[in-house]
Ligand binder design. Structure first.
Ligand SMILES: NC(=O)c1ccc[n+]([C@@H]2O[C@H](COP(=O)([O-])OP(=O)(O)OC[C@H]3O[C@@H](n4cnc5c(N)ncnc54)[C@H](OP(=O)(O)O)[C@@H]3O)[C@@H](O)[C@H]2O)c1
Length: 268
């Protein structure tokens, strides 16, 4: 079994948790050597990870986690790191396209793209905004770059999936993005025809750097108190729990294509 997983925003927070849970869930689903007399060779799993963040250095902790935790398992995890600043759309187009250049989808049984990166942007009231360059960058990072990367990914699938690759399943997961909702609608037709599955996943209020930024930078005092209370009362979602739910949804293939699923939607 060979899996290709692309994860943007993989350096920390939810992206880091997705990588961790993806490997754990795959390992958990490995059949035992004794089951059906299968040999460990037949059960061998390769996960090819394509990890993205603003710098290669930022991705080192994720790579280290993969090497330290999963070194001795009957699973071979290969880490490929890419530095892309998703605020820079021209650079994103070139660098993301280049990152896919050597991929042959026919080599994989599952291809999963977790489009997960995100930035908070400026937490000020509209009447006190001034750094418009920063706002434009944040819109590119949170919105335009999702459209660009989704389009390039789908273009690559179309190139290689014609005639259809019967042994490869494609999953496109967009983590809480307006762009994602639009892209799903467009992709749902493609998905139903081409063995592809799209999901818009809202991961819940997670205890990551993003929440720390919200607590530090929210101007409105009532909202700020709300977020501080959430943290102090232990109500923030653990990113590993949310990632575990997402990865299990994908492996169970337990959702309608183009669905929008929230962490709180179902118990498990
Ligand atoms: N945390 C929450 O409460 C919450 C709630 C709902 C939805 N979400 C969504 O969940 C996703 C992950 O959030 P998180 O909580 O894990 O956030 P986080 O801890 O702040 O991590 C953000 C990730 O995105 C990457 N990133 C940010 N700006 C980038 C850029 N311009 N170019 C390339 N990479 C960039 C960061 O990489 P660097 O190492 O380069 O900084 C980092 O890996 C986001 O889409 C967010 O909107 C989060």
């Amino acid at each position: 079994m060979k899996i290709l997983a692309l994860v943007t925003g993989a350096s920390r927070g939810f992206g880091y948790s997705i990588v961790d849970q993806l490997i754990k869930e795959t390992t958990n689903r490995l059949p035992n050597d004794d089951d059906d007399g299968a040999s460990s060779d037949q059960n061998s799993i390769v996960i090819d990870l394509y990890l993205y963040a603003r710098s290669l250095g930022n991705l080192e902790s994720t790579e280290k986690m993969v090497r330290e935790q999963f070194n001795n398992k009957s699973i071979n995890v290969l880490v490929n790191k890419f530095a892309i600043d998703f605020c820079d759309i021209q650079d994103t187009e070139i660098a993301f396209r280049n990152s896919l250049i050597n991929i042959e989808f026919k080599d994989y049984q599952k291809v999963i793209f977790f489009n997960n990166h995100g930035a908070l942007s400026i937490l000020k009231r509209v009447d006190s905004l001034s750094n418009f360059k920063q706002i434009s960058n944040d819109i590119h990072s949170n919105l335009t770059s999702f459209v660009v990367t989704n389009s390039i990914f789908m273009e690559k699938i179309k190139e290689q999936n014609n005639p259809i690759l019967p042994n490869t399943s494609f999953f496109l997961i967009n983590v809480s993005s307006l762009a994602a909702i639009k892209a799903y609608d467009a992709w749902s037709i493609y998905c139903s025809a081409k063995a592809g599955y799209a999901l818009n996943y809202a991961p819940g209020p997670m205890d990551t750097d993003m929440q720390a930024e919200i607590r530090a930078n929210t101007v409105d005092q009532e909202s700020k108190r709300h977020w501080v209370d959430m943290k102090d009362s232990g109500k923030l979602v653990c990113p590993f729990d949310s990632a575990s739910k997402l990865v299990r949804l994908i492996f169970d293939n337990n959702f309608e294509s183009a669905a929008h699923i929230d962490y709180y939607d179902q118990e498990w």
